[in-house]
Design a protein around this ligand. Structure first.
Ligand code: DGT
Ligand code: MG
Length: 242
């Protein structure tokens, strides 16, 4: 339905298979359609691990991750990927054309839908500038596009699927500050009714989030808006100043 896309983590604790200690402890939060939830924290804090549990790259041993009230462990990958798009921290492209890469999650997308996704992802001009545009080939591993271009193509690929939930894992870090700002402004319109969870390095990327979760050593140590955290969270203040 129009209102779907509610994500809830309920007392989630997670250890990687074979590892002794958990990388996430007692994580609880809710993200609703129309909201942007940001996750910030130092390297190794557990941000990527946290995101990976929703599309079931891993399953949490304790607690529950729910999508529209249903534990994801009761959903298969097809049901989850219909509603959830993850833009991974290390975005990957397939060898093939740009078009093939953008249609990966929705093979029947029209060219118009691809261009619209590229417009939002700030990828329209560099694709248009290529002589074969959408039919340009991506070499294996995507080595003939820059890191920032690769990120934008992967964001566009997620947009093409029109998911209810977007997970952006540090997806804006390879972009210059101006492109980052333009992209987020365009995304704000396109994803207005969706649930957005953003992992970010730069505080400027997330100042407008409805809620920021400060992750430290696998735990949510503080939460609030940017203004609230500036007042209350020494960990957040440290990140802002770094
Ligand atoms: P980042 O991307 O460098 O800012 O760091 P985070 O916050 O995304 O951290 P994350 O979730 O990648 O890693 C958290 C901890 O989990 C860290 O101690 C490394 C460990 N870890 C990450 N991926 C794996 C994995 O696939 N297997 C095992 N055993 N440990 C992992
Ligand atoms: Mg990470």
């Amino acid at each position: 339905s129009e209102l779907s896309g509610v994500v809830e983590y309920r007392n989630v604790t997670f250890a990687y298979p074979g590892a002794e200690s958990p990388v996430l402890s007692n994580i609880s939060f809710t993200a609703r359609p129309g909201q942007t939830i940001a996750i910030i924290g130092s390297t190794g804090a557990g941000k990527t691990s946290l995101l990976s549990l929703l599309p079931r790259l891993y399953d949490a041993a304790e607690g529950e991750v729910l999508l529209d009230g249903v534990p994801v462990n009761n959903l298969d990958h097809a049901e989850i990927t219909k509603r959830v798009a993850l833009v991974p921290q290390r975005p990957y492209l397939f060898s093939g054309t740009i078009e093939h890469n953008l249609r990966f999650g929705k093979t029947d997308a029209t060219d118009q839908e691809l261009w619209e996704a590229l417009r939002v992802a700030q990828g329209e001009s560099f694709v248009r500038e290529k002589s074969k545009a959408l039919e340009s080939r991506i070499s294996q591993g995507g080595t003939n596009v820059s890191g920032g271009q690769r990120q934008r193509l992967c964001i566009a690929r997620a947009l093409v699927t029109k998911p209810r939930v977007y997970l952006f894992d540090d997806s804006f870090s390879a972009l210059d500050v101006a492109t980052d700002a333009r992209l987020r402004a365009a995304l704000k319109d396109t994803t207005a009714d969706a649930t957005v969870i953003i992992v970010a390095q730069r505080v400027s990327t997330i100042t407008e989030a409805d809620q920021i979760l400060v992750l430290d050593n696998g735990r949510i140590v503080d939460r609030g808006t940017h203004e609230e955290l500036l007042e209350t969270s020494p960990t957040y203040q440290e990140i802002v100043e770094s």
